[in-house]
Design a protein around this ligand. Sequence first.
Ligand code: F6R
Length: 608
Amino acid sequence: MCGIIGYIGQKKATPILIQGLRHLEYRGYDSAGLAVREDGKIKCVKEVGRIDNLANKLKQSDLEGTIGIAHTRWATHGGVTQKNTHPHFSCDKKIHLVHNGIIENYKEIKNSLPGHKFVSETDSEVLAHLIEKEYKNNGNLRIAVEKALSQVRGTYGIAVIAEDEPQKIITARLGSPIVIGIGENEYFIASDTTPILPYTKKIVFLDDGEIAEITKDNIQIFNIKDEEIKKPIEKIQWDNKSTGKQGFAHYMLKEIYDQPSVFEDAIRGRIKLEEGTAILGGINMDNYQMRHIDRVIFIACGTAFHAGLVGKYIFEKLVNIPTEANIASEYRYSNPTIGENTLVFAVSQSGETIDTLAAIREAKQKGAFVRGIINVVGSTIARETDGGTYIHAGPELAVASTKAYTNMIAVMILYALQFGRLRKLTVIQGQEIIKALQNIPAQMETILKQSDKIKNISEKYKNFKNFFFLGRGLNYPVALEGSLKLKEITYIHSEAYPGGEMKHGPISLISENFPIISPITKNDLYEKMKSNLEEAKARKSPILAIATEADESIKDLADDIIYVPQTLNILEPLLNTIPLQLFAYHMAVTLGRDVDKPRNLAKSVTVE
Ligand code: F6R
């Protein structure tokens, strides 16, 4: 969702801010703007639409200043207009701010500021006016920001500059991330590390309630009680290379192709072939505690939830513990029952999804062990869980999640091995799984080689308006994920069902205009799934099957087939999902969609 980048130092701020905004594009946005201090005044430029529109507008006003703040806005309060675009400013235009999050009591605040002139429909603008009022009272920008924030209900990550305190940026967070990059006589402020990493790997993460006062040579951080505190400087490992497109037409395609190598990163150093197990030290539990876990719950949203569903099947098979996967936005309000031996895994690529965060806070409050399966290092969920594992997928910049999904499953399998070996899983079974895991990257490569073939198939299907994705067992979450990928980037209607559920209603929709896409690989449920497809075939539905290599009999049933290599049943989602990612990708390209930034979607969903 919205993104923030700020700069204070000796270089020209504008190119850094524009570059930073481009790095934030992946989060989703519909307008962008910046404010730079120039010749004693703050100059503000905004534009709706792409960053390029803003960059073009800036060509007419060559801003030389070395301090500035910028923002990509994803509309919540008020339409996509220039006036609603950040930065917002006070009546006298001396204070400018950018804000992520939601000010829930903005109407009350607005009413408490008679005489102030509001120009936008946003909740964020009231903050600029509230700070203006407080600044007039005490003449200290940081104190004014603190006083203003103490009157706010809601969430915020903000960066503020003021004409009367020229060499300074004030930044603060509550429920919406702020990270500070430390360079040589320069600082970067942002809503995540992505726009900062090209300049520095040294990062300070603000925690909720903290506020920082930053000049070009110094940073002071204060806690909620206004006490100055020292925060650790963390070193982020991601290299700049992994944030580029590397010659691919889109980030999504690059990230699909990243899967074999990042999968290796996820399992590297974490498996013990001899003992048939995995060691994930981040679990922060001893063997006794692990043996006594009697319930596991994966909590997540969207694609991460689909990975959680795969985790449920795997845990029940290998560990024999009752396991659930829950959608975070439902779980948080469900008044869940949690026992003292319940283990909750928060699964999230961004580590910032507000529903997942709220759900784990609820689980923690009720006494669960809460651990993370997270991609973004230092993210809020990673910091709020009491341990867990990074999935090492590297930056995922396309809005549609691909490589994070496979790596989430990789880590779930490793956890299942670790827990399983403390229970009933034998060393031989563990070794068999590890050997199959080690084959996965090469098997993924063989699927990626079929990209052109999948492109041709997508040409054939591009004019259909509706799709069903059907799968059984572990292929059901695969079907869900394939369907989500297709709808989010092509805008074509699609639904996913367990194959056996079709007869209970959805089959009435089936016709020659309603194709079925089905992962139907050679596992225990193969024959059952085949019968379900027969029912669809009898009603003339075109069928695209994801089948196991050398499966000849599927040819009698399917109009089109994408073959995947054989692996153990529990590992099938790692392979079977990839053709569906490629299918969605090629369909979206064929239909001329904005693949990396589909309409209405944001990469990191930080509002409820
Ligand atoms: C789909 C997609 C979303 C996310 C969901 C959770 O391609 O990207 O469904 O999976 O918003 O996001 P994270 O994993 O960041 O918590």
